[in-house]
Design a protein around this ligand. Structure first.
Ligand SMILES: Cc1cc2nc3c(=O)[nH]c(=O)nc-3n(C[C@H](O)[C@H](O)[C@H](O)COP(=O)(O)OP(=O)(O)OC[C@H]3O[C@@H](n4cnc5c(N)ncnc54)[C@H](O)[C@@H]3O)c2cc1C
Ligand code: SF4
Length: 472
């Protein structure tokens, strides 16, 4: 523990942000990292609790008290070593993780928690700057070959671990570039693509082979991969979006959020746009779904110059403070304002879209009603509130209502891969599917989740595959 009364002496410091008007003029990240001086005092706030609940709250169990102390002592090289023991890609999590660790920090019981995520970012960016993050030469390979299908954070973490275990790893990706949602989903203003490419370059230098523009199940059959490799991992994400089945859904101008977000990332990467351009300039944009994806649509629409942006959420607004049935150290279900919300949008909670109407085939209005959640016969059901019908103008509607597991295409049907009751790939506790030697990880197995959970999934699958290969 750096400073005995650090948590009394120093206040939590959040990262500075560029002001809204300025950041809306560009696509780059707008968060200013902590200076070394600030990182030191923030590290000093850690109480080095005997039982570090932050570590329990972090899905990859980062050894947080250790690196808080090392940052306080300004030993960034050792802090990086400690961080990279548990996290393959701190540069991603320290930008986009919702930081469940901070909700579990003991200080959070009475004070703002330790700024764990910001300290993590200071460590990893310092490590890159000082060349501590370098590709290593891997020798004495085992001769075992593993194929990974999908290059999102789950596939990349799995590839990194198996490569370090000296197996020969090939990653197949259907897009032109690796990274999964890190590259094509999450907007540039939250995670610049040069950060993703910086890591991919290191993985390539360390010997991982990336085969892009190859869709398994279409360009190469899964059965062929299983013949050629000693183990195969499916980490293709949860790409099946939830649709809105209401009258008027067929009108022009209604799109899945991912089509809109992917197009903008492709534009910025200088890649060709697939299909008709979806662009928000001078449009009344309505985003249905109040989660992360919806928030990313709001930030993107505002940067494209939307006339207005409205966010609709079916669930009621969460409270500002934890409810007593949601105590520390659990993840706090509270109302959060994302940086994209700050940039401007009108928010409605507890609203249901009843139908959509248009003119000349184009979307014009959403017909909405307020709803409440009531208990009937022990079940929680949605009930319309009589007399609360209203409309919202819309020229572009973005559907961001979550995902229903992986697409059910030939990748899954060729060999009859068994799914669980939620439509995700079913595995045993060792990540193995119903087919011997075929493993699954990430959103494809877990369902739509977080980058940090995808890293956890990839690491766990790799450990299980390593055991499996060593027994062969
Ligand atoms: C818009 C959006 C914003 C998000 N923002 C955040 C955030 O801020 N913070 C956070 O923690 N989480 C966020 N998430 C969630 C997070 O991105 C995912 O949980 C995570 O990326 C899942 O990782 P994955 O590796 O399992 O899958 P993915 O990242 O989805 O990667 C799967 C990859 O597999 C490829 N693939 C699929 N099928 C095949 C095939 N047959 N052959 C070859 N390749 C294939 C896909 O092209 C894709 O590249 C967000 C999600 C979305 C949609
Ligand atoms: S990965 Fe996420 S949960 Fe873990 S320490 Fe970093 S910010 Fe916290």
């Amino acid at each position: 523990m750096g400073e005995i009364k650090g948590f009394v002496k120093y206040k939590r410091k959040n990262l500075a942000k560029e002001n809204v008007n300025k950041r809306l003029t560009h696509w780059k990240e707008f968060i200013k990292p902590l200076s070394k001086k600030d990182a030191k005092t923030q590290g000093a706030r850690c109480m080095d609790c005997g039982t570090p609940f932050c570590q329990y709250g972090c899905p990859i169990n980062n050894i947080i008290p250790d690196w808080n102390d090392l940052v306080y002592k300004e030993d960034y090289e050792e802090a990086y070593k400690r961080l990279s023991l548990t996290n393959n890609f701190p540069e991603f999590t320290s930008r986009v993780c919702p930081a469940p660790c901070e909700n579990s920090c003991v200080l959070e019981i009475t004070n703002p928690p330790v700024a764990i995520k910001n300290i993590e970012r200071a460590i990893i960016e310092n490590a890159f700057k000082n060349n501590y993050v370098r590709s290593k030469t891997i020798t004495n390979r085992t001769g075992k070959k593993v194929a990974i299908v999908g290059s999102g954070p789950a596939g990349l973490a799995c590839a990194d671990e198996l490569n370090k275990a000296k197996h020969e790893v090939t990653v197949y990706e259907k897009n032109e570039l690796p990274g999964g949602l890190l590259t094509f989903g999450i907007p540039e203003f939250k995670l610049e693509k040069r950060i993703v490419q910086r890591r991919i370059k290191i993985l390539q230098e360390e010997g991982i082979i990336f085969k892009t523009n190859v869709e398994i199940g279409k360009d190469i059959l899964l059965s062929k991969l299983l013949d050629e490799f000693d183990a195969v991992v499916l980490s293709g994400g949860a790409e099946n979006p939830r649709d809105l089945n209401v009258e008027g859904r067929e009108l022009e101008g209604i799109h899945f959020a991912m089509d809109f977000l992917t197009q903008q990332n492709r534009r910025l990467l200088g890649l060709e746009i697939n299909g008709k351009p979806i662009y928000a300039k001078n449009k009344n944009v309505v985003v249905i779904g109040g989660g992360d994806t919806g928030s990313d649509c709001i930030g993107t629409a505002n940067r494209q110059g939307a006339k207005s942006v409205t966010s609709l959420e079916l669930m009621p607004q969460l409270p500002k403070q934890r409810r007593k049935e949601n105590p520390w150290p659990q993840w706090a279900f509270i109302d959060r304002t994302s940086t994209s919300h700050e940039e401007g949008c009108k928010k409605y909670f507890g609203v249901l879209t009843k139908k959509i109407t248009g003119k000349n085939g184009n979307v014009k209005k959403l017909h909405l009603v307020n709803v409440e959640f009531v208990k009937e016969n022990g079940n929680r059901i949605i009930k319309e509130v009589k007399g609360t019908d209203f409309t919202v103008d819309a020229d572009l509607v973005l559907l961001a209502m979550g995902f229903l597991g992986p697409r059910k295409n030939k990748l899954l049907t060729e060999l009859n891969i068994v799914l669980d009751e939620r439509g995700n790939i079913k595995t045993d506790r060792n990540n193995m599917t119903n087919i011997s030697g075929l493993f699954a990880a990430g959103d494809m197995r877990r369902g739509q989740s977080l980058v940090v959970w995808a890293i956890h999934e990839g690491r766990k699958a790799a450990a299980n595959i390593n055991k499996y290969l060593l027994k062969q």
